[in-house]
Design a protein around this ligand. Structure first.
Ligand code: NAP
Length: 308
């Protein structure tokens, strides 16, 4: 087996504690040797307050995972790529499409790998849904992604700020699955609901079409209490497909055909090691482009103020 990849983590917050640290702790392909964050700390390894100090003090680092909010990721990514470190970007990979294009160029120029991770794409039933749809004629599809922002994102101010994406922060997870399992599509209309005291939307209704005219709708809502919905539905000539639970469960005509526990972050790190060892990058911008298009084409609808 190859030597473990010496990795550092930057932006130590919720997702690092929930997912990155547990995934890395079990993965023989990596050795986590440093972290950088203004306040957050990882136990038992050297911690620094910024990426520059970490890279200076720990030159043996080969890769970094950048887990801060998207608005603050580009500079850290640029610094790491220029220092010839492989870079794992949390989703969404940046605040704009063009800054991530720039990172792709920098990765190629510096001979290192760039990974735009889309964790929901690695949900357990996604490949089965894709395989099913590949054998069918799709008539229409609908994405329903409705969750309670107060439950999942308490006190996260960045998510409501420009570049935080609002309800498209979870919505881009749906798009990362949809762009993997459905035919290529583009937005034809969108309505985005902005709370009067916030810079990002709390709900959105988006219509897409595929090049051969199939309708796809997306309904995003951040105020859903009670049961949460993370579902993609498709009407096909071989029955109705429901991919639910954020990609974890697949049913065809009401019969569950795939239901497994999730292992999204272990799979993401497996893929990152694969591309590092193959000397390639994996940067699919389709989900981010759709979000940009929704903001570009969408009608802005002002709704009542949102308070945590
Ligand atoms: P978070 O806890 O609010 O932020 C992560 C860390 O980033 C913070 O603890 C903070 O650490 C650092 N940070 C915050 N503002 C910063 C700034 N202005 N400049 C530099 N660093 C800053 O957010 P999160 O939930 O972990 O989400 C981070 C990313 O992961 C987002 O892109 C999100 O979409 C993605 N993600 C989140 C989840 C989830 O369930 N939360 C799931 C999947 C993916 P310091 O104060 O120590 O610098």
């Amino acid at each position: 087996m190859s030597q473990p990849i010496k990795i550092g983590i930057v932006g130590v917050g919720k997702i690092v504690h929930d997912q990155h640290l547990p995934a890395l702790a079990k993965d023989q392909d990596y050795r986590l040797i440093a972290a950088a964050s203004r306040h957050g700390k990882v136990e038992d390894i050297p911690n620094f307050t910024d990426i520059e100090a970490m890279l200076d003090a720990v030159p043996e680092l080969e890769a970094v995972s950048l887990c801060m909010p998207p608005q603050f990721r580009y500079d850290a990514a640029r610094t790491a790529l220029m220092a010839k470190k492989h870079v794992f970007l949390e989703k969404p990979p940046g605040a704009t499409v063009s800054e991530v294009e720039d990172l792709k160029t920098l990765a190629a120029q510096n001979g290192v790998s760039l990974f735009a991770s889309w964790h929901s794409r690695y949900a357990p039933a996604v490949e089965a849904a894709r395989a099913f749809l590949d054998t069918t004629k799709i008539k229409s599809a609908a994405i329903n992604w409705k969750e309670d922002v107060r439950r999942w994102h308490p006190n996260q101010e960045w998510i409501w700020a420009p570049g935080g994406f609002g309800v498209f922060d979870p919505g881009i997870n749906a798009l990362s699955i949809a762009t993997h399992i459905l035919p290529a599509m583009f937005i034809t209309s969108a309505v985005l609901d902005f709370p009067e005291n916030r810079a990002s939307p709390v709900a959105a209704r988006v219509a897409f079409r595929t090049s051969n005219g199939l309708p796809v709708t997306m309904d995003l809502d951040w105020l859903q209490t009670g049961p949460q919905s993370w579902d993609i539905l498709a009407e096909t000539d071989k029955g109705a497909m429901v991919l639910s639970g954020g990609g974890s469960k697949l049913a065809i005509d009401g019969k569950v055909v795939h239901d497994e526990p999730e292992a999204e972050y272990p799979m993401l790190y497996k893929r990152f090691a694969e591309i590092v060892r193959a000397g390639t990058s994996d940067v699919d911008l389709a989900p981010l482009q759709h979000v940009a298009d929704a903001f570009m084409l969408g009608k802005r609808n002002v709704v009542e103020a949102f308070f945590d």
